[in-house]
Design a protein around this ligand. Sequence first.
Ligand code: MN
Length: 378
Amino acid sequence: MSDGFGPDHLPYGVFSRAGGPRRVGVRLGDGVIDLHAATGRDDFAQPCLNAFLARGPQVWAETRAEVLALAPEAPTVPVADLTLYLPFEVADYVDFYASEHHATTVGRIFRPDAAEPLPLNWRHLPVGYHGRAGTVVVSGTPVVRPCGQRRDPGQDAPTFGPTRRLDLEAELGYVVGVGSRHGSAVPHTALADHVFGVVGLNDWSARDLQAWEYVPLGPFLGKSFATSVSAWVTPLAALDAAWCDLPAQDPEPLAYLGPGLTRGLDIAVEVEVNGTVVSRPPYSSQYWSPAQMLAHLTVNGACLRTGDLFASGTISGPGPEESGSLLELSWGGTRPRPDGRTFLADGDVVTLRYSAPSVTGGRLTLGEVTGRVEPAVC
Ligand code: MN
């Protein structure tokens, strides 16, 4: 059985076989259980997970128990024979900036003369921006190098053309199942009432477009061209053994952010470029927890919808080979990696891998996120 996809995991995805309809399935080893065939349920005869996600925590738990019971005998289809799709229809997409090590290093790269690398607000709230839901793609989808305005060093005016600073951002995405009422805030204690599970996520970024456009309203076209997510959604129920205490927060955040309750996930990440591991960011080093990000996202009364996706921001640890972006690994493009490279070249293949402790004492392998860089078309 394929490592990390045992009965302690059971992640959900959407597949088709030989031109057949899309169906919801659960990964078990090297195979996939067709849940519509196995249960007859209509919410599994769907082209996405949303109908199932909307049913809520009780149905998620009952279904997990049912799948676990039928798993030993259930027929599976080899995953190699299937086409996998974006597992859920993305409603709204928000990306945070929750790693202290990432935000600090980026601050030092972009503002080397500043006394404090973090913005004044950073320790008081999880900084984020609204991304583009329609360009979230499933792992394996090629990523075309974007074109746009970028300003060369020392120049006042921009030029137009393909980005010269295409980057990856290794992140974890949270998939919302149950929505909330417009006008009400979701408390920091309610993560499991709304969030179904997690996906691996690569927030592809064009650093030169981003640097020119981001003042004063934040990221826009430098990030909206593509965001890749894994084909498999790992339910929070599979991650019971992965919760850990996050580093202490100072100053204590405001009450709605649940001070003192910073529980995060001990997920190990590997960033691979063209088959070589270039870093190993630890998600356990994040500053802001998923419950705090969810509470902050809704504290103004903004509602959640089924299919909402909110992501951690680039995951970076304290070590030199624990950074989740090439911006950091190359110190703003000034320090080439051992292969002589800084940012991504056409033809490069980026793969993000994730693993987490399992309740059985082993490790779960979360769905990988891979993508190949294609040449620009401008
Ligand atoms: Mn990001």
